[in-house]
Design a protein around this ligand. Structure first.
Ligand code: NAD
Ligand code: UD1
Length: 329
């Protein structure tokens, strides 16, 4: 089976490429390197012994996509390519809508034209809006709070309509919770440019001494210690979920939460990082970040029931592997 992986040199894409190759799939990567480095391709080779075919293209470009679809027999697409910084999406909405929505349309158009029947899409828990956790796939979606979230909600709706209109086109919408961690080799992981927006990469940079201290956004939420609660999931577990999604893709639209079902507060995460890695992470409490919800975690039981997938790695594995990658990078 040949799988086209868009955004395959990025954080989640690269880990998924490893799992696909280790499960016997042939992988073709399309990535324009807007948020990744070409060296990741060599790391993938080093980990798996296989160098995937690579196209440096923008996946909003239909002509470039067609070159790939017309020269390979593609059996499935996993669409990771996207811009993902929430704050930036508020400042540059058009860039986000264009990149994230047009890429989904261009890829699904090619799939219909070339008879590719399997499509897996990187969605996000952000599509649930502010609703009580545990979040379930059958909940009605609430308004998203930023353009990034809206691109995910729009892409989901577009793919649902395309699947409705094309019987041979099966889609899996995977709603990720908070992926952290890295491959155990330490060769691939999350390596954002500049100051990170997300908690785990920020903590890693503070531990390395590249940033002075962590700002904890609020300690007055109605949670175990007042700080925000999230469902952190090891990126390798998440990657394995994609292989299961491809293997068990039923006709039509399939929606799955990929999370652990366990909520962890900011301070629990930071203290686990300090304890497991035996490093210092200075922090201070500051105001809440606008747009944040207090608690967000998954009900992951549907994925377990229907895909036979369940997260197996725990918080200690996540912080250890994050640090193992960060300290040598
Ligand atoms: P990432 O930025 O590390 O990876 C995305 C990759 O896509 C990068 O390699 C980038 O260069 C590439 N890319 C972006 N636009 C492209 C385009 N037009 N053409 C070709 N390549 C392009 O991000 P990630 O964390 O690996 O996320 C992957 C997907 O999962 C994204 O769609 C993201 O929105 C979604 N997601 C991520 C998270 C998270 O917390 N990391 C949570 C929910 C959903
Ligand atoms: C954020 C996005 C979400 C996106 C996800 C993955 C927002 C509002 N949501 O989720 O749409 O899908 O990233 O890209 O931006 N925190 C701190 N200090 C920091 C950073 C974070 O205390 O420096 C706290 C936050 O308040 C939150 C938790 O850590 O309680 C996790 O934050 P983050 O890693 O940014 O993820 P989300 O906000 O869950």
């Amino acid at each position: 089976m040949n799988i086209l992986v868009t955004g395959g040199l990025g954080f989640i894409g690269s880990h998924t490429v490893v799992e696909l190759i280790e499960n016997g799939y042939e992988v073709i990567i399309a990535d324009n390197l807007i948020n990744s480095k070409i060296e990741v391709l060599d790391k993938l080779h080093e980990i798996t012994g296989v160098k995937p075919i690579f196209y440096e293209i923008d996946v909003t470009d239909e002509d470039k996509l067609e070159e790939i679809f017309s020269s390979h027999e593609i059996n499935g697409v996993i669409h990771f390519a996207g811009l993902k910084a929430v704050g930036e999406s508020v400042e540059k909405p058009l860039e986000y809508y264009y990149n994230n929505v047009v890429s989904t349309m261009a890829l699904s158009k090619m799939c219909i034209k070339y008879g590719v029947g399997k499509f897996v899409f990187s969605s996000s828990a952000t599509v649930y809006g502010d609703q009580p956790s545990p979040l379930r796939e059958d909940m009605e979606l609430k308004e998203t709070t930023n353009p990034y979230g809206e691109t995910k909600a729009m892409s989901e709706r577009i793919l649902m309509d395309v699947a409705k209109a094309n019987k041979g086109f099966a889609v899996s919408l995977l709603r990720y919770f908070n992926p952290i961690g890295a491959h155990k080799s330490g060769l691939i992981g999350e390596d954002p440019n500049g100051i990170p927006n997300n908690l785990m990469p920020y903590v890693a940079k503070v531990a390395k001494g590249e940033l002075d201290e962590l700002n904890v956004f609020g300690d007055d939420y109605d949670t175990i210690d007042g700080t925000g609660v999230r469902d952190y999931i090891h990126v390798v577990d998440l990657a394995k979920g994609h292989v299961k999604a491809i293997e068990n893709l039923s006709k039509g639209i399939n929606i799955y939460n990929l999370g652990t079902g366990r909520g962890t507060s900011v301070l629990e995460l930071v203290n686990t990082f300090i304890r497991v890695n035996n490093v210092d992470v200075p922090y201070k409490i500051v105001d809440r970040r606008p747009g944040d919800v207090a608690i967000c975690y998954a009900d992951p039981s549907k994925a377990e029931r229907e895909l036979g997938w369940k997260a197996t790695l725990n918080l200690e594995d996540m912080v250890r592997d994050t640090w193992n990658f960060a300290k040598i990078g």
